[in-house]
Write a protein that binds this ligand. Structure first.
Ligand SMILES: [Zn+2]
Ligand SMILES: [Zn+2]
Ligand SMILES: [Zn+2]
Ligand SMILES: [Zn+2]
Length: 328
């Protein structure tokens, strides 16, 4: 089976779990099952949008005006997910408080059956994703992940392939799919929680266990939402992914470099980091300047994982007006 087809099947299976758990939760009075269903649908949306974003990022036909490619789509998708999840968490907590204050009868037997089906379906979709994860062809072609047309982005040079996430296309295992796979396995655990809770309710009739479990699921969701929002907001605000001071020190200890200023480091998406800086040299010799640039680029990539570097060189004779920002 093709990799894309497996991911698609995982989406279909997970989507069915969502409907089953949502309507089951409403019909048989379980908030924890409803909370679990929201969790499931958010996972599908996250998986699907990151998959779409990845496909678009690697698209061969670029709109020339989007010189940064479509990398920021990943950040937008994450921000959208974080926003919807925040609303969901609020709704779950509101509903749980309501159930604690005004308990309603729960048909625990039905909840056990639905959560058990959800658990099995979850494991099946984890299996699809697990296979998709291992199925990646290891030819390390920059465009291999698209499985489609590769014209225009198979070359590694900057000009031909505008800012392709290198690790996305080149790593042995696709990071996105791997984390989604681990996540679906984690979700299976929360289904187990719902089942255990329903079994206790079935025998003891203590119904407040159900909203209590819903609080627990809301807490798990909050943890994920918080880090998603934090990271995507940092990316949108162009926060540096590495210690600026360390990079500054590293650049200034390179021989012939006398000063580094107007240093900017930012993240385009979760995998591409960029840097621009003014570097002042104590030489007017252009040959040695090229060597210095090469060294800087190689070291920034290996030590700080910064792949896209733009350096403005200045010599002792650089006139003041050539660098307005820095010398005023
Ligand atoms: Zn990217
Ligand atoms: Zn999840
Ligand atoms: Zn600046
Ligand atoms: Zn300058």
């Amino acid at each position: 089976m093709k990799r894309q087809k497996k991911i698609f099947l995982a989406c279909i299976v997970t989507f069915s779990i969502f409907f089953m758990e949502l309507f089951g939760g409403i019909l048989f009075g379980s908030v924890s099952l409803i909370a679990d269903s929201y969790h499931v649908i958010m996972d599908v949306i996250a998986l699907f949008t990151s998959y779409l974003a990845l496909r678009m990022v690697l698209k061969p036909n670029w709109r020339a005006d989007y010189s940064f490619g479509y990398h920021r789509l990943e950040v937008l998708a994450a921000l959208f997910n974080g926003g919807t999840l925040s609303v969901t968490i609020f709704l779950i907590i509101q509903e749980s408080i309501d159930r604690l204050l005004h308990p309603e009868p729960i048909e625990a037997g039905m909840i056990i059956i639905i959560a058990a089906i959800g658990l099995v379906a979850n494991l099946i979709s984890a299996k699809f994703l697990g296979e998709a994860k291992h199925n990646h062809n290891h030819d390390h072609n920059y465009a291999s992940i698209t499985e489609g047309s590769t014209e225009g982005i198979s070359d590694k040079s900057c000009a031909d392939a505008p800012l392709i996430c290198p690790t996305d296309a080149c790593s042995d295992e696709d990071v996105n799919i791997k984390s989604a796979y681990l996540h679906v396995l984690g979700d299976a655990l929360s289904s187990v929680l719902v089942i255990v809770g329903a079994i206790i309710i079935f025998f003891t009739e203590i119904t407040w266990i159900d909203p209590l479990l819903a609080f627990g699921i809301a807490a798990i969701l909050f943890k994920g939402t918080y880090s998603v929002l934090k990271e995507s907001l940092a990316a949108i605000m162009s926060k540096s992914p590495v210690d600026m001071g360390k990079v500054q020190k590293f650049l200034e200890q390179i021989p012939k470099v006398t000063n580094v200023h107007d240093l900017h480091i930012w993240r385009l998406c979760s995998r591409v980091a960029m840097l621009s800086a003014h570097v002042k040299l104590n030489t007017e010799n252009l040959d040695s300047a090229e060597q210095i640039i090469e060294k800087i680029e190689a070291q920034l990539a290996s030590q700080f994982n910064i792949q896209h570097v733009t350096i403005q060189l200045e010599t002792p004779g650089t006139p003041v007006k050539a660098c307005n920002i820095c010398h005023d």
